[in-house]
Design a protein around this ligand. Sequence first.
Ligand code: V0V
Length: 143
Amino acid sequence: AIRRIDHVGIAVADLDEALAFYRDTFGLIAEHEEINEEQGVREAMLVPADGDPSTARLQLLAPLRPDSAIGKFLDRTGPGIQQMAYTVDDVEETSAELRAKGLRLLYDAPRRGTAGSRINFVHPKDAGGVLVELVEPGGLGHS
Ligand code: V0V
């Protein structure tokens, strides 16, 4: 089952520039940063400096290579919202439920996401033009 909005993912060309912009403009600070080679991203999870700790995160996604998902998105669309992610209890179970409803999941089996999470995606053409990510949290914090 879907529990809450986990994060909203924004594609950016330069992660350090974007981190400075979000910190100085909105007071959002990175609680976590990592490189995910398989996904071709350098990414950060942001929270309001003095905010509700259970708030959904803002994820900044910068491409490691031009032919990555984020590289292609930046080429086609430019910087902006790239994905909407939901927290789920069990990514395999929710993926199976959505497949049974006729939606295309991008992966046959979950892959590794931020901070040890397990993730899959619904194709944007099957979800009203929105790339939907399912996140089963890992052991390392919120997502
Ligand atoms: C593509 N389309 C999108 C879209 N990306 N629509 C809405 N939101 C997006 N993000 C549209 C595109 O404009 C086309 O529409 C159509 O889908 C088919 O595009 P395509 O040529 O197949 O596009 P590709 O080759 O760029 O692939 C799109 C997909 C790709 C979604 C398949 O981006 C992908 O595999 N994404 C999943 C992995 C990912 O996003 N990784 C980065 C985040 P028209 O022109 O046909 O109408 S990693 C992450 O989130 C982590 C680690 C985490 O959260 O833990």
